[in-house]
Design a protein around this ligand. Structure first.
Ligand code: R5P
Length: 264
């Protein structure tokens, strides 16, 4: 691995623990103004100090984020679909590597849709992005997207998607936690981080999700809604940090969550 690529990876996955807590706020690229993400700058204001990287689009970065941001950026470069359109899987690369470099990104992110009608175009786009990433020393994060079909999140499907993403050259893969997650980890030769998915019933459920995923081999989380849609978002991210970087138990993390609870 060349120095630039290594340096970027080191900024994303902390060498001390070899783990990562990333905050995802890229949802608007196909979902529009998601609840609690209407004003991204406000959403992240108190959370940035607890994250190792911020995942977002160039539009939000340029228009909503101050240039003195002291956190690495994972730039979502795929898009071209929307929740109102006919097929969420119909994504392509819409932000160039040149722009990612100009924005001082530490990685670029792209979704792949294995098993859909657009499988081929999204996998070819991943390959193209990896080629450009190799030229520029830019790591590629592949996101194993399932669109509206959340029920696809099982070990068989996610193992297939994650392995394909790594075979095509992604340096990091973002996927979902599932029953049998160890199988997904074992068969994917690059680091895996997990998304949180739609908001769970309680904050404690989010902590349990992070804890189990880390115990079963995830290198970290790249979570969004389960953090910033919480009324205690700071508590959730602090508690997740403790799990990911310090190996805290769910109970220890819950204590952090409770201590940070905002006063009414
Ligand atoms: C997809 O919408 C995005 O890549 C999100 O960044 C990803 O799903 C993680 O966010 P969440 O934890 O809200 O699922």
């Amino acid at each position: 691995m060349d120095w630039g690529m290594k340096n970027r990876m080191t900024r994303l996955i902390k060498p001390k623990t070899m783990r990562a807590v990333w905050l995802a706020i890229d949802h608007g690229y196909f979902l529009g103004p998601v609840s609690k993400l209407e004003e991204p700058a406000t959403t992240i204001k108190d959370l940035v100090e607890f994250t190792d990287a911020l995942m977002l689009t160039r539009g939000v970065l340029r228009n909503c984020i101050s240039a003195d941001l002291d956190v690495p950026v994972i730039l979502r470069v795929s898009g071209g679909n929307s929740i109102a359109g006919p097929a969420l899987s119909n994504e392509g690369i819409q932000t160039s590597m040149e722009d990612a470099m100009r924005l001082n990104a530490s990685a670029v992110a792209i979704s792949i849709y294995v098993g859909t009608e657009h499988e081929h175009q999204t996998l070819m786009a991943l390959g193209q992005l990896v080629n450009e990433g190799q030229r520029c020393g830019m790591p590629v994060l592949a996101v194993t997207a399932v669109g509206k079909e959340l029920e696809k999140r099982d070990a068989r499907y996610l193992s297939l998607s994650c392995r394909i993403a790594s075979e095509l050259g992604a340096q990091v893969v973002k996927t979902y936690y599932c029953e049998g997650f160890e199988k997904v980890v074992r068969s994917c030769p690059v680091p895996l981080v997990i998304a949180g998915g739609p908001k769970l019933n309680t904050e404690l459920d989010a902590l349990k999700l992070a804890h189990t995923a880390i115990k079963e081999g995830a290198k970290g989380v790249d979570m969004g809604r389960n953090i910033w849609q919480s009324r205690n978002a700071v508590g959730v991210i602090k508690a997740i940090r403790k799990i990911v970087h310090d190996g805290a138990s769910v109970k220890e993390a819950e204590n952090i969550l409770k201590a940070a609870r905002p006063h009414k």
